[in-house]
Ligand binder design. Structure first.
Ligand SMILES: Nc1ncnc2c1ncn2[C@@H]1O[C@H](COP(=O)(O)OP(=O)(O)OP(=O)(O)O)[C@@H](O)[C@H]1O
Ligand code: SF4
Ligand SMILES: [Mg+2]
Length: 358
């Protein structure tokens, strides 16, 4: 393998809400075996910014989201790096070292996650009202305890924020709601304690296009109203383009391109991001045929040496199988928005002008 020693962690970006530095996440797969599902990932997210994480199934998006909030299953561990978060009082803490009680307060109060698959996130025997009451009671500071009537009134206001009818939804059990309603109820629940960071994992997958649209529009409005930062995990590049200020492409556990949505989608400097974009079916009327990407991602336990994408890359050179490309900055921008790509040929302008992305 060509893995170099991990670089020293970069200093945190002072204005950033979240500074992720060199994060590795492992899963234990047997008594003596483990796989590394996320490798050396780093990025900054500023207050109010929204970042989309894109990439094929299994590239580590959910693992990264769960790892940032220490919500991994028991077999998962953040084994290296830092997850620096600027708290409401201005102090910066490493989420990895928060004690249990502090971690409980951090989740929901400062950072919340809407999980992939809304049904599984609800307890089927509890009503939506019970979910709100439990969340408030478990995570509000002791001194701030409010009456049940106050909490229900607050829950109703949150449901109205996501355009749900509180009279109907509060008394309902999760199975009595449609998929889109459940998803919106989950978003309202995640916003209950006014977190500064909201992580959404595929929040609109499996919803019809009109419901998707309604949720996306509401999320955009809410972000403007409440100024939370958002990490948005999705397969849907159209949604990413619409909702995100910036995009991070992941491949086999690594971040391989990051930058503003415009830089990554319109001036991409990584063949994998290009392939993802070119594999999206064109809108009606566009005669361009989408290109499929040959092969599949490598097994995490047997990554090829050098660039992990080399076996599938149409532009691979012999050196690509020997040297692992670092995520190098191509264009400096403020507030964590620099354009960076992990490709040995990223500087080869001719390569990236031919066959430009749609
Ligand atoms: N509990 C687990 N134990 C072992 N390996 C796991 C576990 N959960 C996930 N993995 C592995 O980690 C890798 C990343 O999985 P993850 O769920 O983060 O991918 P993803 O990008 O979210 O995929 P999708 O788009 O399908 O949701 C995959 O190879 C997966 O098999
Ligand atoms: S480093 Fe080489 S193999 Fe990897 S993406 Fe760039 S050109 Fe392709
Ligand atoms: Mg996932």
């Amino acid at each position: 393998m060509n893995d170099r020693p991990a670089p020293a962690p970069d200093p945190a970006d002072d204005g950033a809400l979240l500074s992720v530095r060199g994060v590795d996440i492992d899963y234990r797969t047997g008594r003596r075996s483990r796989v590394t599902a996320v490798r050396g990932v780093g990025f900054d997210l500023h207050p109010g910014q929204s970042m989309a994480l894109v990439g094929e199934s299994g590239c580590g998006k959910t693992t990264l989201g769960l790892g940032l909030l220490r919500l991994l299953p028991r077999t998962g561990t953040v084994s290296a790096g830092q997850v620096l978060f600027r708290r409401k009082d201005g102090r910066r803490v490493d989420v990895r070292s928060l004690a249990k009680e502090d971690l409980r307060r951090f989740r929901w109060n400062e950072a919340a996650m809407v999980f992939q698959g809304a049904m599984n996130a609800f307890n089927p025997v509890l009503t939506v009202r019970d979910h709100f009451l439990d969340t408030f009671r478990a995570h509000e500071r002791r001194g701030a305890r409010r009456t049940r009537a106050d909490l229900i009134e607050h829950s109703a206001a949150l449901l109205e924020l996501v355009r749900l009818d509180p009279a109907r939804v509060l008394a309902a059990h999760p199975h009595e709601l449609s998929g889109g309603m459940r998803q919106r109820a989950l978003i309202a629940l995640a916003l209950a304690l006014r977190p500064q960071l909201l992580i959404l994992d595929e929040p609109t997958t499996a919803l019809d296009i009109l419901t998707q649209r309604a949720i996306v529009e509401r999320l955009t409005e809410l972000r403007e109203e409440l100024r939370f930062a958002m990490l948005f995990i999705t397969h849907d590049l159209g949604l990413a383009a619409e909702l995100a200020d910036r995009v991070g492409t992941m491949y086999a556990g690594r971040m391989i391109e990051t930058g503003t949505t415009r830089d990554v989608f319109h001036r991409s400097r990584h063949p994998y991001t290009r392939a993802l974009i070119n594999s999206v079916p064109p809108v009606a009327g566009d005669p361009t045929v989408p290109e499929s990407l040959p092969g599949g991602p490598p097994s995490l336990g047997a990554l090829p040496p050098g660039c992990s994408f080399a076996p599938r890359c149409a532009h691979a050179e012999p050196r690509c199988s020997r040297t692992r490309p670092e995520l190098d900055v191509l264009r400096e921008r403020p507030e964590g928005l620099s354009h960076a790509a992990a490709c040995l040929r990223a500087g080869d302008a001719a390569l990236f002008t031919e066959g430009a992305t749609r």
